[in-house]
Design a protein around this ligand. Sequence first.
Ligand SMILES: [Zn+2]
Length: 308
Amino acid sequence: MSFNEIIGNNENKQFLISTIKNEKVVHSYLFFGTDGIGKKMFATQFAKMILCNDKLQEKPCNKCKACMEFNSGNNPDFFLVEPEGNSIKINQVRQLMKTTLEKPIESSKKVYIINNADTMTKEAQNGILKTLEEPQEYVVIILIASSENNILTTIKSRCTKLYFNNLSNDEIKQYINKKLNINVYDDEIVKLCNGSIAKAEEVMQKQDLLEKVKHFIANIEKISKLNFIRQSQLLNDNKEDVLLILEYIYIILFYRAKRVTNINGYINAMKVVQEAINKLAISNNFDMTIDYMLIKIWEEINEKNNRG
Ligand SMILES: [Zn+2]
């Protein structure tokens, strides 16, 4: 793995590479942006480059001891912290910060990645703050967060901040084609991924299901109301994926709305789907919500179509 293989956020890539080449690595970074767009991959690659003992290239050498140990998950100068349960707790941080006092073993630096840093409790953040205020010269801490809102201002002010953008539709397509080795031609599927690599992986695993959904929505103007409502069975059989299915239906309707004469019918149907998504978030009345939604979208599209 090298930065070249990570898709998207090229400016950040260039910035991090030049930071290493020019020996401008600082003590603390905050990487933030939507979940699932590759922040952790960036941080891991950056850490590996910092620890590599051959810094003349734009990527880690993969030959030095530090690189070999990094690849096998045993680099003694690399630390990754993830939430335990829902949060990163003071005990996790306290033990970790103690290790910053010991000098690095293989490299000239020690790198600490704190993933989902916005889940740190306030105590945990204060625990880290002490290290950030007076870091050992060899310590580099990379905080990763989906938003900077939950991070203490006193921490943020000490970090170099890098904002990560969601991937563009083209970048998502590239990711699916190259990394997952699947050809996607379907704009609606790409849109469903919402610029997120993690979501793209989920979507690709559910391709068969989504294909069935697309088929029955595509036929909405050709099948009877009764047959359309029978499709509730498909949603019932895939309850755990219902939000993904509804999002997909919404997007299909959105793309079709641009090509049909009955635009208002499709726009109203989209509203109905959005209402169903909202309802499912707060109620367990699955069957009623889904049946009602199917009836309403069929009516919005077909009955208004007939009148128009
Ligand atoms: Zn190396």
